[in-house]
Design a protein around this ligand. Structure first.
Ligand SMILES: Nc1ncnc2c1ncn2[C@@H]1O[C@H](COP(=O)(O)OP(=O)(O)OP(=O)(O)O)[C@@H](O)[C@H]1O
Ligand SMILES: [Mg+2]
Length: 513
C-alpha cells in the first residue's frame, strides 16, 4: 500500500513520540540535575528529527457535544479540494438534490497550499469504547481532521491560513445552502424552499436606476467593516412604492436572488402584540430580507386584514395605518402591535441582534404612510416603481420574446408615453400564446391593448370633462337662483331699511356684499 505524505509524517510523529515516551520513562532513573538537562536536549533533538506541527479539529466539542463550527467549515472547505486529490470520496446532494458534493472519506489525505507553503489535512475517526455489536449504523463515531505543517510556518498557518479556511468554508456553505421563504403564523416562522426565478436582469425598469439599486445592495452586503466603523447596525431599509403590478414583490425576489438571502415575509396582522413581534425578529437569521408587504393596509384598528379592494372602496378620509396605530397606542391592549412596537422592530436595540439584514416595506399609497415610519435611517432607500416606460418595455420584450428591435417599437414608445399601463399588463400581452408569429403577434396584441387603454382613457377623460361641465353649469344655475333670491330680499329689505333713515345706505352696502 502506498503511504501518503501526511500519513507518513503522522506515522513518523507517532513513532518518535513512542520512542520519546520510553526515553522519558527511562530518564526517571537519572539524578534530578542530569534529568532536566537531558529533557532539554531531548526536545531539541525531537524537533530536529520531526519538525512538524499537528493540530487536531474534533467534530464534536463541549459538554453538550455540539458539532464544532470549525470542523464544519473545514469539511466544506476541503470538499472543493478533495474531489481532485483524495482516493476515497463521499457523495452528498446539495441544493435540492440538483447537484452532488464530493468530500473526502475517513482516513484520507489532501494537500493544500497557502502563500507558497504546503500543508496536509488528514481525516480520521475514533470509535467510542465499549461499543456493542449492532445491525444499525453506528452513531457514536467521533470524526476529526488533523492539520500538519512545518513548524517554521507556525505563524502563517495558525493565523492567516486557518482564518482563510474558516471564512472560505462558511462562504461555500452559504453558496450551497437551500434558501428559504419564511412566513409567520402567530409567533412562529414556518418555511418552504425559496425558488422564485426573478432577477434584476429580467426586471423591467429604467436601467440606470436598476444599476444604482444593484450597486447599493452589493455595497451593503460587503460593508460589514464599514457599518462597524461608523457604529451602526448592519441593516438597511428599503421602501418600494407604486401602483399594483409594477414589480415591487418581483424586486424583492430579485434582491434575495442577487444577495443569496432568505426571505421572511412578515404578516403583521397575525402578530398578537409587540412582544410577539420582537420574538419573531429575534428568530430571524442574518443574510435575510424581512418583508412587510402592503404596509398601508396590513393592519387596522381591530387587527383584521382588509382586502385591498375593500380598502380602495372605503371613504376618502382614510387614515394611514401608522397614524391609526399611533392613535391606538394609548388605548392598546396587549393583543395589539403598536406603531412604537413596529418602529422598535425596525430600529430598536433588538433589531441589531443579527447583522446583514434588509427590511423592505411595500405600499401602493406612499402618501398614506406616517412620515415617522419611513424617514431616512429607517427606510434608507425609497424606490418608486411606476407604470411601464419604453426602457422597461425593452427589457420585457428581450426577456419574453428575445427581440431588441422591431418595426412596432416606435409605435409602442409613443403609446407608452401617453398611456399608463403597468409592467404586469404589458408582460401579460408579451406572453406567447401560440407558436405562430410569436413576436409579431404579441407586439400587435400589445399595440392593440395600448390603443384600447388610450381610447378608454380618452373616453374617461371626456366623461370627466362632461361631468365637470355639467357640475359647473349646475353650480352656475344654483348661483343664479341664489342671486335672484338675494335680489328679491334686497329689494324688500332695502325699502324697509331706507325708510329707517340714516342707517339705510350702510345696510344696503352690506346686503350688496
Ligand atoms: N417591472 C417588472 N418587470 C418584470 N415583470 C414585472 C414587473 N412588474 C410586474 N411584473 C410582472 O407582473 C407580475 C406582478 O408583479 P408584482 O407582483 O411584482 O407587482 P407588485 O408591484 O408587487 O403588485 P402589488 O402592488 O399588487 O403587490 C409579476 O409576476 C411579474 O412577472
Ligand atoms: Mg406585491
Amino acid at each position: 500500500m502506498v503511504m501518503s505524505t501526511g500519513e507518513m509524517f503522522t506515522q513518523m510523529g507517532s513513532l518518535i513520540a513512542g520512542v520519546m515516551f520510553i526515553w522519558a520513562m527511562f530518564q526517571q532513573y537519572f539524578p534530578y540535575e542530569l534529568r532536566t538537562s537531558l529533557e532539554k536536549y531531548t526536545h531539541k533533538l525531537f524537533s530536529l528529527v520531526y519538525p512538524y506541527i499537528q493540530i487536531r479539529f474534533n467534530e464534536f466539542t463541549g459538554e453538550r457535544l455540539m458539532r464544532s463550527e470549525a470542523f464544519s467549515a473545514i469539511e466544506t472547505y476541503l470538499t472543493s479540494n478533495s474531489s481532485m486529490q483524495a482516493r476515497k470520496l463521499k457523495a452528498d446532494s446539495v441544493k435540492n438534490s440538483q447537484s452532488l458534493a464530493l468530500s473526502m472519506d475517513d482516513n484520507e489525505e489532501v494537500a493544500d497550499e497557502f502563500n507558497g507553503v504546503k500543508v496536509w489535512w488528514v481525516s480520521g475517526k475514533n470509535m467510542s469504547k465499549g461499543q456493542s455489536f449492532s445491525f444499525y449504523p453506528v452513531s457514536d463515531e467521533k470524526r476529526y481532521y488533523k492539520l500538519l505543517f512545518h513548524k517554521k510556518h507556525r505563524e502563517l498557518i495558525i493565523g492567516p491560513y486557518l482564518s482563510h479556511v474558516f471564512k472560505e468554508g462558511k462562504a461555500i456553505t452559504v453558496r450551497n445552502r437551500q434558501r428559504k421563504l419564511y412566513t409567520n403564523s402567530g409567533s412562529h416562522w414556518s418555511h418552504v424552499v425559496f425558488e422564485h426565478p426573478a432577477t434584476f436582469q429580467t426586471l423591467g425598469m429604467d436601467p440606470i436606476r436598476k444599476q444604482e439599486i444593484v450597486e447599493d445592495l452589493v455595497r451593503f452586503s460587503n460593508a460589514q467593516d464599514y457599518y462597524a466603523k461608523i457604529g451602526r447596525a448592519w441593516k438597511r431599509g428599503y421602501l418600494l412604492y407604486g401602483p399594483p403590478g409594477t414589480g415591487k414583490s418581483t424586486m424583492i425576489a430579485a434582491m434575495a436572488n442577487l444577495l443569496e438571502y432568505d426571505i421572511y415575509d412578515l404578516e403583521l396582522t397575525a402578530v398578537k402584540d409587540n412582544t410577539e413581534l420582537r420574538k419573531l425578529l429575534i428568530e430571524t437569521s442574518s443574510k435575510s430580507i424581512i418583508v412587510l408587504e402592503d404596509i398601508d393596509c396590513s393592519l387596522d384598528l381591530t387587527g383584521q386584514r382588509k382586502k385591498k379592494k375593500e380598502k380602495e372602496d372605503e371613504d376618502d378620509d382614510k387614515e394611514s395605518v401608522a397614524k391609526k396605530l399611533m392613535k391606538d397606542e394609548g388605548e392598546a391592549k396587549t393583543s395589539k402591535v403598536t406603531l412604537s412596537g413596529l418602529l422598535n422592530f425596525i430600529d430598536g436595540l433588538w433589531s441589531a441582534c443579527r447583522g446583514e439584514r434588509l427590511i423592505v416595506f411595500t405600499t401602493n399609497y406612499v402618501e398614506k404612510l406616517d412620515p415617522a415610519l419611513i424617514r431616512r435611517g429607517r427606510m434608507d432607500k425609497h424606490v418608486e416603481l411606476s407604470y411601464c416606460c419604453f426602457e422597461s418595455f425593452k427589457v420585457l420584450a428581450k426577456n419574453y420574446l428575445d427581440v431588441e428591435s422591431h418595426c412596432l417599437f416606435d409605435k409602442i414608445r409613443l403609446l407608452l408615453e401617453e398611456v399608463n399601463m403597468s409592467p404586469a399588463d404589458v408582460a401579460e400581452n408579451l406572453m406567447v400564446k401560440s407558436s405562430m408569429d410569436a413576436v409579431d403577434g404579441c407586439l400587435e396584441d400589445l399595440v392593440g391593448a395600448l390603443e384600447t387603454a388610450k381610447e378608454e382613457a380618452r373616453v374617461k377623460a371626456a366623461e370627466e370633462e362632461e361631468n365637470a361641465k355639467r357640475l359647473l353649469a349646475e353650480k352656475v344655475k344654483a348661483a343664479e337662483e341664489k342671486l335672484k333670491e338675494v335680489a328679491a330680499v334686497k329689494e324688500e329689505t332695502g325699502t324697509k331699511i331706507e325708510s329707517n333713515g340714516e342707517n339705510g345706505s350702510l345696510a344696503k352696502e352690506v346686503l350688496v356684499q
